[in-house]
Design a protein around this ligand. Structure first.
Ligand code: SAJ
Length: 401
């Protein structure tokens, strides 16, 4: 069986490499020539544990080839980004342009009996739109199986979660659901659950919105606790000892390309109904601003007391612990903002060696030289650090607890 995967990013490339290692003939497509060249050399352009081994083996065996153009296949998987339009309005709206152009690009190759799968996280109705675009581009879709199977993998654990997670498959009709589910059952050890395309689309958006709302609850609590002088980490632990309470971790805001984006796909289409989901986005974004204000106030206090500007160590730049991914990272945003305000910042990120924008400082040096130490990301390196008692420490991610 031949599979054509459109989009060789964080989801498409691991999926292509996994399928190739499972014996499928995989034709991977990306519009960026550099990405195609890198993969054809058996190398990778993104950081993800074990992905290099999978890609190397897949390319060496001849089962994975990358190209800038699609080709004939039995199964087409669309795994392209679905960002939102940064329109400057109150509510960002989803941008499915990449899905539409990927669909147009495969249309000349899609034939009767083929399966077309949309894996990109998408607003409700997108899978039906894919079918429409195929029809508009000359495909008779009567006997083409079209379905949504949202990706659900956690960056940092993609290669295991691709296989082990349960999957939701929703077709535009029953035969599409059945046929697509059969394909996933050939390489997924988790359960493959069948539904319709709209439910599958909203299910993915719901999962990430659920997490966003729960993180917002934790973030709001952390601000309330700060006002009372209560330790939010102790409070969280005590409250979580109730059998039906499970509060997530407060932090410096929500980063990455998923949880901070997907809730808007629900809100933009349900402006009057999605009040809580929208508020969660606002609360999580506000938490980042609140952190910046806290740091600036502490710097001002230091300057007034010591008649000199403090050196401030910003501990962690990645969007979450123990990864090197800076995409939509609130920690990086905070560090940039502080640098732009002419504060004396020592940026630390143990998972990154070099960064174009500024020099990254080794964490032991930073702790030694800083007057104020700000923990932004709970990287494992920061746990159990010995810190001089005279230094001011702001721990926004609970890494010292
Ligand atoms: N965060 C907190 N407190 C927490 C948990 C997370 O502040 O208690 C922050 C993190 O620091 C990070 C952000 O939230 O900035 C998102 O991190 P994450 O680990 O919750 O999720 P992602 O974005 O890496 O991956 C999510 C996953 N979705 C869910 O867990 C419901 C993943 O399964 C999805 O496949 C992925 O989004 C996606 O691609 O949609």
């Amino acid at each position: 069986m031949k599979v054509c995967v459109i989009g060789l990013g964080y989801i498409g490339l691991p999926t292509a490499a996994l399928l190739a290692n499972r014996g499928y003939d995989v034709h991977g497509v990306d519009i960026v020539q550099d990405v195609v060249d890198t993969i054809n050399q058996g190398k990778i352009h993104i950081v993800e544990p074990d992905l290099d081994t999978f890609v190397h083996a897949a390319v060496n065996s001849g089962k994975l080839k990358a190209d800038t153009k699609p080709t004939k296949a039995d199964i087409f998987i669309i795994a392209v980004p679905t960002p939102f339009h940064k329109s400057g309005y109150d509510i960002p709206t989803p941008n499915i342009d990449y899905v539409i152009s990927a669909t147009k690009s495969i249309a000349p190759y899609v034939k009767e009996g083929n399966i077309v799968i949309l894996e990109s996280t998408s607003p409700v109705g997108t899978t039906e739109k894919v079918a429409e675009v195929l029809q508009e581009n000359g495909v008779n879709t009567d006997n083409v199986y079209i379905a949504h199977c949202p990706e659900r993998v956690l960056p940092g654990k993609i290669m295991t979660e691709l296989v082990e997670n349960d999957r939701i498959v929703g077709g535009i009709n029953k035969k599409s659901t059945k046929k697509t589910a059969e394909f996933y059952r050939s390489f997924v050890t988790g359960e493959v659950l069948e539904t319709d395309s709209k439910t599958a689309e909203l299910c993915k958006l719901t999962e990430n919105s659920f997490r966003d709302v729960n993180i917002a609850f934790a973030n709001e609590l952390s601000i309330i606790c700060d006002k009372y002088g209560i330790d939010v980490w102790e409070l969280r632990e005590l409250a979580n000892r109730h059998p039906r309470v499970n509060i997530l971790y407060p932090g410096v805001g929500v980063g990455g390309h998923c949880i901070a984006v997907d809730p808007w796909f629900i809100v933009s289409d349900n402006k009057d109904e999605a009040k809580l989901i929208k508020t969660a986005r606002v609360v999580n974004n506000y938490k980042t601003e609140w952190v910046i204000e806290k740091i600036k106030n502490e710097a001002l206090k230091f300057e007034m007391e010591n008649k000199k500007k403090p050196k401030i160590a910003c501990m962690g730049l990645a969007f979450k612990p123990d990864i090197d991914d800076l995409r939509e990272s609130p920690a990086l945003y905070i560090t940039r903002r502080l640098i732009n305000e002419n504060l004396d910042i020592l940026p630390v990120e143990p998972n990154i060696e070099k960064f174009d924008e500024f020099r990254i400082i080794d964490y032991t040096n930073a702790i030694h030289n800083a007057d104020i130490i700000v923990f932004l990301v709970a990287h494992k390196e920061f746990k159990n650090l010995e810190i001089d008692k005279n230094k001011k420490v702001l721990d926004f991610c609970g890494v010292l607890k």
